[in-house]
Design a protein around this ligand. Structure first.
Ligand SMILES: Cc1ncc(COP(=O)(O)O)c(C=O)c1O
Length: 437
């Protein structure tokens, strides 16, 4: 090429949650039976879709209007439904005009960072859901700026770390939280949210709160929407979607809710850019927007969420029991979302650690793949080749903490118990296997 066509942020794009699938598929070719515990898709894991939801979608599909474009911001009646419900839920007025639909939150995340001024940065958690950290880093052409979540303190954020980084880096224009969090399952306590909002207020930055798992909580910490915390002055964006809640990830339907837009002229202009950019794409998916009010407004919806949360709570307890007490392992019990993250210290990840692998081809393949890999990736690859269990190394979540993330989505409780039991056995066996390589 006579001119360099590679984007400055090209090296920042990584998504280990799906990246590991390449390894799993090769292992499958060698006869390893894979248990997919890597991707947060309840439907793929066999969580059945309620009959009444299918009926609503069938009715919607019989309406020709579901096949057309929708207005750029989203269907007015759907935005009105969301505005009314959210306002009632939070006690804070949300205007339907301050809602903007996207093709899933993946699309929203990409646009939110792409259309920020190049030098403006959004600080986010570490570990982090990689779509946020990668998109933010790619927008800036340099690594994502992070604050630490502490596994030794229930994965709570280090608020002093946030305050110092915001204070000393004038390029930081926004603070991202993911609440409930992916990958840790932590739910932000109200007091911590208040501190984060006070930092945003003091330094004139906005808050992005990814609340895609808002309705999926089952621990002691109640979920508090950012809308309730920002008062009438701190500009904020809340992100919501259908993917995890209904669950309907294939709908590609998510939206942002904007608070205090007009309290800052630059923020208002930035939000207008997001709408203008969506206008160039025309609009987002119409069909799920048509179904949304009937699904979320149905009397059976609350019961469905309660049942799902009960299931996740039980599985979180089972996993917590299996992982607690293993030497060299920190495994705080999640309060929300449907993930479990486990962190290792060096004693659990000896150099040259191994697990027995039945198939000689699989062994040969994995030995090549782990060469030069981070310590937790090496463990995850051996775990997969040895047991067939596919988890995501924590190093895939923009963190130096070695560990892994698994989902709590396996619907068969016996099978779930077996999976966590085999992971726990593998952690112990791996810790005792180092050869000082
Ligand atoms: C925290 C978080 N935000 C956003 C997304 C993207 O969701 P979707 O694009 O399906 O709406 C995910 C998906 O796993 C997620 O975990």
């Amino acid at each position: 090429m006579r001119t360099n066509i590679v984007h400055e942020g090209a090296d920042e794009l990584s998504y280990e949650i799906r990246g590991i699938v390449r390894i799993a598929e090769r292992l499958r070719d060698f006869g390893v039976d894979i248990s997919w515990e890597n991707i947060g898709d309840p439907v793929a894991k066999g969580e059945g879709i309620a009959g009444w939801i299918k009926e609503i979608v069938s009715d919607v599909i019989r309406d020709d209007r579901s096949f057309g474009y929708s207005p750029t911001k989203g269907l007015p009646e759907t935005r009105a439904f969301i505005a009314e419900h959210r306002s009632a839920e939070t006690g804070v007025r949300l205007d339907a005009e301050d809602i903007l639909f996207f093709n899933g939150l993946g699309d929203a995340i990409s646009n939110v960072y792409t259309y920020l001024r190049r030098s403006a940065r959004v600080i986010g958690p570490s570990p982090a859901y990689p779509t946020h950290s990668s998109a933010e880093a790619a927008h800036a052409g340099s690594p994502h700026i992070t604050y630490a979540l502490d596994p030794g303190n229930g994965w709570l954020p280090d608020v002093d770390d946030i305050r110092n980084k915001v204070r000393y880096n004038p390029n930081i224009a926004g603070i991202l939280i993911i609440n409930p969090d992916n990958p840790t399952g932590m739910v932000y306590p109200k007091a911590v949210l208040a501190e984060i909002v006070s930092i945003a207020r003091e330094y004139g930055v906005f808050v992005v709160s990814d609340e895609t798992y808002a309705k999926l909580t089952y621990g002691t910490e109640p979920f508090v929407p950012i809308a309730e915390m920002v008062g009438d002055d701190v500009p904020a964006i809340a992100m919501r979607g259908l993917s995890k809640e209904v669950p309907w990830p294939g709908s590609r339907c998510g939206w942002i809710e904007v608070y205090n837009k007009d309290r800052d002229a630059a923020f208002a202009r930035y939000v207008r850019t997001l709408v203008d950019a969506k206008m160039l794409e025309v609009c987002s998916t119409t069909l799920p927007q048509r179904a949304l009010p009937s699904i979320l407004g149905d009397g059976r919806y609350g019961g469905l969420l309660r049942k799902r949360n009960d299931d996740y709570r039980r599985r979180a307890d089972i996993a917590h029991e299996a992982f607690s007490g293993i030497p060299g392992v920190l495994a705080p019990r999640p309060d929300g979302a449907f993930y479990y993250s486990v962190v290792f210290d060096e004693s659990a990840l000896p150099s040259g650690g191994r697990l027995p692998i039945g198939s000689p081809e699989a062994r040969q393949f994995i030995e090549k793949e782990v060469s030069g890999a981070p310590a937790d990736k090496r463990f995850a690859y051996y775990l997969m080749a040895s047991t067939g269990i596919c988890v995501v190394p924590l190093s895939g979540f923009n963190t130096d903490l070695p560990g892994f993330r698994m989902t709590l989505l396996e619907p068969d409780e016996m099978r779930f118990r077996d999976i966590v039991g085999r992971i726990a056995d593998a952690i112990r066996a791996y810790a005792g296997s180092g050869d000082g390589e």
